[in-house]
Ligand binder design. Structure first.
Ligand code: TYD
Length: 218
């Protein structure tokens, strides 16, 4: 079995950059590595992702998705990704790095959208077929800074300012961040918190130290 690594954090925390650097680091060590992202990563998952993250031109075209519907759409993506991609890759001995996983659902739909945490945890477990990460890196950042980075990135690349979540107010993102920190507090053996304020290279180094320690222990 390969190692299952997840990266978590608020918008603009730098997960994607860190995932590609970590992926390169592990590949250079001769470890077969697959990077995937949630929601998405399968044909059906990418279609559901388009619904979840659609950026309407006009507010009248916005899909009015209830929190519970949103929860099930994320879980549907996960169920497919775990069965079709993650489990087969781990079984084949690859290390899998997943950009967001069950902790994002607890933080966004549970802590931030206020769906009962026990219910979210139960549906998470079912959609994930009970598969939990060996190690989770939480890149922690103030929501103000994360949103500033995310908005700059999106307006630079696409000319569009924000998606459904980036359009949420700052209090929503504070609840997400605090949710992630609570998860880390409850599960310190799995979730490692890395300060996301540092330079890209120093955040990468901190992540490598953690992953190397986990690799030595398996
Ligand atoms: P994405 O564009 O991939 O953002 P990021 O680069 O920040 O990961 O969009 C994913 C969005 O989906 C992000 O705002 C978090 C949200 N999300 C949930 O609300 N619940 C979930 O279970 C998952 C996996 C993601």
């Amino acid at each position: 079995m390969g190692l299952f690594i997840t990266l978590e954090g608020i918008e603009g925390s730098g997960k994607s950059t860190q995932i590609s650097k970590l992926s390169e680091y592990l590949t250079d060590k001769g470890i077969s590595t697959l990077a995937v992202r949630e929601p998405g990563g399968t044909p059906v998952g990418e279609r559901v992702r388009a619904i979840l993250l659609e950026r309407p031109e006009k507010s009248s075209e916005a899909l009015d998705i209830t929190p519970l519907t949103e929860l099930f759409l994320y879980e549907a993506c996960r169920a497919q990704l775990v069965q079709d991609v993650i489990i087969p890759a781990l079984d084949a001995g690859s290390t899998v790095i997943c950009d967001r996983y069950v902790d994002s659902t607890l933080a966004y739909q549970g802590y931030a959208r206020s769906i009962d945490l026990g219910a979210v945890a139960a549906i998470n477990a079912r959609a994930a077929s009970g598969l939990m990460p060996d190690v989770t890196i939480l890149i922690d950042l103030e929501p103000e800074e994360g949103l500033r980075r995310a908005t700059a990135r999106m307006s630079g690349v696409t000319g569009v300012k924000e998606d459904r979540f980036e359009a949420e107010d700052i209090l929503f993102h504070k609840r997400v961040r605090d949710g992630f920190l609570s998860i880390a507090e409850f599960d310190p053996g799995r979730v490692y918190v890395v300060d996301g304020r540092g330079e890209i290279a120093s955040v990468h180094d901190s992540i490598c130290v953690i992953i190397d320690k986990v690799l030595e222990s398996v």
